[in-house]
Design a protein around this ligand. Structure first.
Ligand code: NAD
Length: 273
């Protein structure tokens, strides 16, 4: 064992987010709100950048309206926050969009829908990371980028679990039944590439990049679907919203300070078969 400082065994210090400023793009979504709660409980000040406003009763969790489809919206928001905070530490890219006709089958998938999803899921991440990394470099910050993927960014979907679902019972709305569309899998694996690019090219500046790959979360989806889904999960259940709180705190804090270019898969074993 190498000589260690006492602090290396202080688990509270290792996981502490005290004095850290975190931006969560897509922050008022279900997972984003869970992330903001655990990170602020660990001491962080968290900014939620999202096109949808949510009322939040926590002075350390601040909402700012932002549309990642517009470069100006991202840069104006960053400027405003940097002016106030001087230094930012962590960016979490958690946005995903489900525009009209999102759940259409591959054979008929609309080019316009494809381009919209690409713009929000992938181009928005590129722009946010570019601006944030320029800030890290300018201020010589050992910054931290976390990109939220999905199991469907590392494996293709098994469309049989969506067979015979009811259009009207798609909890996310629209005229099509629930499925994993081609735009989702394609953008999520694109984000994996972006994360690796950032890790290998920015490591020399002390900047790290990793991704979190969650499995499917139970959200009152159609029973037929849930039954088929959990058959494919070794742990035998879908995730709860809070199942990712430990992993986001690990990735955002010094607990993972020697980790870069990695994809943390938390999926109940889905991708282990
Ligand atoms: N829910 C799941 O089962 C699941 C599983 C695996 C991975 N994920 C991933 O987790 C992340 C969060 O998922 P969630 O279920 O909390 O989704 P969500 O829809 O609740 O959150 C996504 C957020 O992105 C925001 N957004 C969409 N377009 C935007 C834009 N142009 N500008 C700014 N904000 C925009 C939405 O307003 C929303 O608040 C996503 O990246 C998703 O792919 C979710």
């Amino acid at each position: 064992m190498t000589k260690s400082k006492k602090n290396n065994f202080d688990y509270k210090k290792i996981f502490s987010m005290k004095n850290k400023k975190v931006l969560i793009f897509g922050g008022t979504g279900n997972l984003g709100l869970n992330f903001s709660q655990i990170l602020s409980n660990a001491g962080a000040k968290v900014y939620l950048l999202d096109k949808n406003k949510k009322k939040i009763n926590n002075e350390n969790i601040i909402f700012q309206k932002c549309n990642v489809d517009l470069k100006k919206s991202i840069s104006n928001n960053l400027k405003k926050i940097i002016k106030k905070e001087k230094k930012l530490d962590v960016l979490i890219y958690n946005v995903y969009s489900k525009p009209k006709n999102y759940y259409q089958v591959f054979e008929e998938y609309n080019l316009n829908t494809w381009e919209k999803v690409l713009k929000t899921n992938l181009t928005g991440a590129f722009l946010s990371c570019q601006l944030m990394i320029n800030h890290f470099k300018k201020k010589k910050i050992s910054g931290n980028i976390i990109i939220v993927l999905s199991t469907y960014g590392i494996v293709g979907p098994d469309l049989s679990i969506y067979e015979n679902l009811t259009n009207k019972r798609n909890i996310y709305g629209g005229k099509y039944s629930l499925t994993t569309p081609v735009s989702y899998t394609s953008t999520k694996s694109g984000l994996l590439g972006l994360m690796k690019y950032l890790a290998t090219t920015c490591g020399k500046f002390g900047i790290r990049a990793n991704s979190l790959t969650p499995g499917g979360i139970y959200d009152f989806q159609e029973k037929k679907f849930v039954k088929k889904y959990i058959k494919k999960v070794p742990l035998g259940r879908m995730a709860n919203w809070s199942d990712y709180n430990g992993s986001i705190l690990f990735l955002a804090s010094d607990a993972s300070k020697y980790m870069s270019g990695s994809n943390l898969v938390i999926d109940g074993g889905w991708t282990a078969w």
